[in-house]
Design a protein around this ligand. Structure first.
Ligand code: ADP
Ligand code: MG
Length: 423
């Protein structure tokens, strides 16, 4: 696919202040210790950061992290809705919840990876950020605080977008994981500055876009995860593109129930049964092979220590739930992957977080690691599964954006890309 947006390579960045939107929304240890448990997203931003610094830009990086509540009032409201006693909700507690989502640990990790000083601002567009941005010299790197500390961020408030833009002369977006959101720092700023992409966005769109626009065939799409409702857009779009669609994970049971199968306590979305049947029909009309599980690994509870049995699809006993694809299905799916030209994978085959129900996901990951096909991993949980199972190096591409890659595969416009200058 020809990538048709301007990139940093198309601009003269020397001596310019560049506002660089990254996706530094990395997983952190739950104990508030500030330990980053996976720095993949930070590493993925390095090529663009290095390029800009080497070219003599002064780089003002920014990102969101998690879901902070930007005002004390909404913090009290949200926590009260969750059933917390308002009397215990002090302003100090709110500030602590914000501090846990500071980008300071990211600045530290960035500085280790780049082996240079990273200047950290205490705010996003406040006095500290303003002063540090104004003083920033070519070759220096400043990191602003969590963009979601500003309540205008998720509302795409033009005043916030303008305040961010005012600190710089060029906007570069490399936050692939956030391009499906029209927020102040992902899209709004492009109204006030020339806007181009970095190398990560370019790579993600070239690889995933290429696989959708002109795939090496046969194109096999493996779709799993928890819900039909979250994957319908993708199934629908891929029915016009793929040669084979493989269904696994929790959504398989809605397909099974729609055909009259017995699914016990398995994950089930009653409202999507008609849709599931329509998809099966549509696949037949279009000559797309749609593969559904033929057997199921069930547990007697949703737990790592559940009792386990394998049953044919559609014959799950009462009191049991389907938590992985069975061994016959594994064989069928792995065979379908073997002579693929391209494989797109989005969504695990089972509850891979529990060892007893990880075999299906593991077998598919292993099969992908062995094919000569171009292998693209789309979803956040599938990417984590591939990593956890040790197959990350064997895949052609693991997307850094779960939600973004999903929306891209649905054929939707991505606001954080649409706002960039056309080449
Ligand atoms: P991705 O992030 O890769 O797109 P999803 O977010 O759609 O994937 O779904 C991932 C989740 O689906 C995992 O946490 C996994 O445990 C769950 N899941 C997979 N199969 C089942 C199942 N049979 N029953 C319940 N949950 C399942
Ligand atoms: Mg997910």
């Amino acid at each position: 696919m020809n990538y048709n947006k301007k990139t940093v390579m198309d601009m003269d960045v020397a001596g310019k202040k560049v506002l660089l939107r990254c996706d530094f929304n990395v997983p952190m240890a739950k104990d508030g210790s500030g330990v980053i448990t996976d720095d993949k997203r930070i590493r993925a931003a390095l090529p663009t950061i290095r390029y800009l610094l080497e070219q003599g830009a002064a780089v003002i990086a920014c990102s969101h992290m998690g879901k902070p509540v930007a005002t004390y009032e909404s913090y009290v409201k949200k926590q009260t809705e969750k059933g917390k006693d308002p009397a215990t909700l002090t302003e100090e507690k709110w500030r602590k919840s914000l501090a846990e989502l500071s980008l300071a640990p990211v600045a530290k990790r960035l500085s280790e990876l780049l082996e240079m000083e990273v200047i950290m601002a205490a705010d996003v567009v406040g006095p500290d950020a303003q002063a540090k941005a104004a003083a920033l010299q070519p070759g220096q790197l400043l990191l602003l605080e969590n963009t979601r500390f500003e309540k205008g961020e998720t509302k795409n408030d033009p005043a916030l977008a303008k305040a961010m833009a005012d600190m710089a002369e060029l906007y570069v977006s490399d936050a692939f994981g956030a391009v499906h959101r029209a927020h102040a720092s992902t899209a709004g700023v492009a109204d006030y500055l020339p806007a181009v992409s970095g190398f990560l966005i370019q790579k993600e769109l070239e690889v995933i876009g290429g696989a959708l626009a002109a795939p090496k065939r046969p194109l096999v799409a493996i779709l799993g995860g928890s819900k039909v409702s979250s994957k319908i857009g993708v199934i629908d779009n891929l029915l016009s593109i793929a040669d084979t669609i493989i269904i696994g994970g929790g959504m398989a049971y809605t397909f099974s129930a729609a055909k009259g199968g017995k699914i016990g306590n398995s994950l089930f979305e009653a409202d999507w049964q008609d849709y599931a049947n329509q998809m099966v029909e549509k696949a037949a009309q279009k000559g797309v092979k749609l593969l559904l599980p033929v057997d199921t690994v069930c547990g007697d509870k949703f737990a790592p220590d559940a009792n386990v049995q394998v049953v044919p699809a559609g014959q799950i006993p009462d009191g049991w739930e389907g938590l992985d694809i069975g061994p016959k299905t594994v064989e069928l799916y792995c065979a379908a992957v073997q002579d693929a030209g391209t494989v797109i994978w989005n969504g695990p085959m089972g509850v891979f977080e529990f060892a007893a129900f990880a075999k299906g996901t593991e077998a598919v990951a292993e099969a992908l690691s062995k094919t000569d096909a171009i292998t693209i991993i789309g979803g956040g949980d599938s990417a984590a599964a591939v990593q956890q199972l040790g197959y990350a190096d064997k895949m052609s591409h693991i997307s850094t954006g779960g939600g973004a890659s999903l929306e891209f595969m649905e054929g939707k416009e991505l606001p954080g890309v649409a706002c960039l200058l056309d080449r």
